[in-house]
Design a protein around this ligand. Structure first.
Ligand code: ATP
Ligand code: MG
Length: 334
């Protein structure tokens, strides 16, 4: 079966490591990605998610270890920093590359109007120049472009950040139909739960760990793992005590408690996150009016600024929540 399994392996990373200066981002990480896997990567800002994906996809070299990419790998990427396009390009041109009226989707030509409609654009927007698109529409377009490229490996670096709920549904459907392998960096826990088959998370000091299932499964397994570690540590401690003097075994006390502030933040962050999401939707709605820029530049600028601010705050709040949630799991066990 070795031949067969070889052709199924899309990416094989063996003990890879990467540091920047004296900061170890990745240490001794081994991973095998098989054809059709949907890998989610989650973690706080600056943890090294983009770095990890660059290594895995051959964009940069690890300091140690090795990466093998499968043959005939055709990769389509949605970059975290988004590609820049000529603002005067029209929506249709951006999708077809200016070549005719068709987009290749899963190897078959599809009319650009139909494809635009799949991504919730109207046919009237065909000739809309990119410069008047709202942030949300821009995100949708970038996604449509990435998915229009022929590929068998799709790499999406935080595609969900500036997408509204309807677009997330579109993305979920598209990923469901996609036949290749997917690597998805995202902070969106619900989205990860719905689309990925395993989740990779940083666990400190350059250690990265893969867990089967979605985000929630990861939390449960992480909790169970840590519980087992605590139990083992407690048992070892008990053994030591017994050897010294026959006293009662101490119970496995976790190493620390959540502080009042942390507990409070864990309780209130979901509300903050919902509020920010509401704010983002509100500003996005304003910006969804393609005439706003020409009509009312002041409102357009204010809304753009408010949108960017809310998005940054949302990312920060989600990161903080994730961090605290992991800490809570670690302390309380699954
Ligand atoms: N080429 C580089 N040279 C030096 N430091 C780098 C380089 N690339 C990334 N870093 C640093 O490595 C760390 C990880 O960066 P990376 O972009 O991989 O994080 P990330 O998890 O993708 O973060 P974010 O959620 O903000 O996208 C950061 O502290 C970053 O500043
Ligand atoms: Mg990144």
């Amino acid at each position: 079966a070795s031949d067969d399994s070889k052709t199924k392996t899309v990416i094989s990373a063996e003990g890879i490591g990467k540091s920047f200066g004296d900061r170890t981002i990745i240490k001794d990480f081994t991973l095998r990605i098989q054809r059709g896997d949907r890998i989610g990567i989650v973690g706080p800002n600056g943890a090294g998610k983009t770095t990890l994906v660059n290594l895995l996809t051959g964009g940069s070299e690890p300091d140690s270890g090795s990466i093998r990419l499968g043959v005939n790998l055709e990769m389509a990427t949605l970059d975290q920093h988004r590609e820049s396009l000529d603002p005067r390009t029209t929506l249709a041109e951006a999708l077809t590359g200016g070549r005719g009226d068709h987009v290749m989707v899963a190897g078959k030509p599809k009319h650009v109007v139909g494809y635009m409609e799949d991504f919730l654009f109207s046919r009237e927007q065909m000739r809309t120049p990119l410069e008047v698109l709202s942030g949300g529409e821009r995100g949708r377009l970038m996604l449509a472009r990435a998915l229009a490229k022929p590929s068998n490996l799709l790499v999406l670096d935080e595609p969900t950040n500036d997408l509204d709920l309807d677009t997330l549904d579109v993305l979920e459907d598209m990923l469901g139909d996609y036949e290749g392998t997917v690597i998805l960096i995202s902070h969106d826990r619900d989205f990860l739960d719905r689309v990925v088959t395993s989740v990779i998370v940083p666990e400190g000091n350059g250690k990265w760990q893969e867990y089967a299932g979605g985000y929630s499964d990861m939390l449960v397994q992480r909790g169970a793992d840590l519980k087992r570690e605590h139990a083992a540590a407690a048992a070892a401690a008990a053994d030591e005590k017994k050897a010294a003097k026959p006293a009662a075994a101490p119970s496995g006390t976790p190493k620390r408690k959540l502080s009042f502030n942390e507990k409070h933040a864990l309780e209130t962050l979901p509300k903050t996150i919902a509020k920010l999401q509401g704010e983002i939707a509100k500003q996005q709605k304003l910006l969804d009016d393609p005439a706003l820029y020409a009509k009312d530049r002041k409102t357009f600028d204010a809304a753009s600024l408010a949108l960017a601010t809310a998005q940054a705050e949302l990312t920060a709040a989600e990161d903080r929540w994730l961090e605290l949630e992991m800490l809570r799991e670690e302390i309380e066990g699954g």
